[in-house]
Design a protein around this ligand. Sequence first.
Ligand code: UDX
Length: 481
Amino acid sequence: METVNAPPHMVLVPLPAQGHINPFISIANYLAASGVSVTLVRSARAHSLLSSASKGSSPSDPPQNTEKGKIRIEVVPDGMSVDPTQHVPVGTFLNSINIIRNGVEELLYKLMQEEQPPCCLLVDNLIGWGHDVAVKFGLAWMMLWTGSASGFSIGFYIPQLVARGYIPAIGEEAKQRIVDFIPGMSPFCIRDLPKAIIVEEDPSNKPMFQFFLSIYESAKHADRLLVNSIYELENSVVEALRKEAGFKIEPIGPLFMMGAFSDATKSPAASLLQEDTSCLYWLDEQQESSVLYISFGSVASIEEDAVKELAYGLEASGLNFLWVIRPDALPDKKSVEDLFPEGFIERTCDRGRVISWAPQLAVLGHRVVGAFLTHCGWNSVLESLCNGVPMLGFPLQADQNTNLQCIVHDWKVGLPLLKPNVQQVERLHAQWAMTAIMRGDEGREIRKHVIQWKEVAINAVHGSSKANLEKLVDDLKCGRL
Ligand code: UDX
């Protein structure tokens, strides 16, 4: 009798943040539809928020079956609040990474006893314990880098930045120094580094700095580094990481578009907050390319003064807008009305909407959206680029400075919101930048570039990224890990 090989079993561990959950769900769907057995780990906070946000809407939990494989969802403790209006401090979030580790280890003890034990672990890029856990259980392991290859490369070369005296960067002059030695990357200035890296004191005393270093150290040991990017977008960086740093790095993005290979209607729930889909009806009534979409992602909050300056600039610009203000981003439990200049919402109600969470992919794909004022989180950048939407960048934390640098200088798909060397939002300049990206010659030129990159992304979905994902599945099936 012919023996049928059991499908390979992979355990996926994302962190409980929207920008990490989204790419993990896409890859889980892809793998499951390709005949890989998938266990998707969910932290308790993510599980609770996903369940309440998806109530009454499809898709929903519990575990889903896709055509070929099965996505099994396992919930582990994370020590975090399940209140969506409560902002999670960075320290609590980082602490949750170790709590999740305990849960994952307990789960692996259980899974290893089952008929079809896992062969491979796929961990989030902010998890530094992938290697240790994989060794403990005799598993192969991979890291899914949810940011850009450029962001990874910059981080990988942090020890060199320290050794060459760029870090610590004390004073403005030191922050303007140009770094031109990172293989495959265009020159950039210290200001374009992730904020946690631009320290003014000895970095050995800086916990966030050390945390980032440990991530890159851990990545060196991964059997494969999967990156949610497009080879053609970052080919020189990817090649340099392969040749000069010896990484087995495979761009497999944009992952949200790779869902075309699975049945998206059967996906597990993805949104941590309830989407306000009514904004889509409002968008339907607007004119082509007339709406500026404004959102600063799933984690960062912008200062109250910056919100007010932006609002004054926006009002003076006369532009239509859709603006997302998350409930957890409101300072001191203020109301949305209190956050804006007095009367702003009433005065702009004929041309603008403020909502708490958008169906972002549908918004960016809507014909009326002319540009995206974004914090430059990597998922938002990919989603904007792949929908041909020009960006106005206002980076706030993490890898977002680096992403803006690539957006403006390498891919020419956006403008910075702030003037060079200015750190604060200023209403007159904001008005100029918003008008320039929506209606100016700058915006027209940028739109041409972004449409070209959109084509590149679509080609990658059927070309380079698809090939890398197919190779991953083949290797999993043949045990070539
Ligand atoms: C952070 C980092 O900045 C990012 O670069 C990293 O790779 C992941 O974590 P985050 O603030 O979560 O990012 O932003 P982003 O990467 O843009 O992800 C946000 C996700 O939430 C996007 O997929 C976006 O579509 C979704 N979103 C955002 C919504 O669905 N609705 C909204 O209203 C806002």
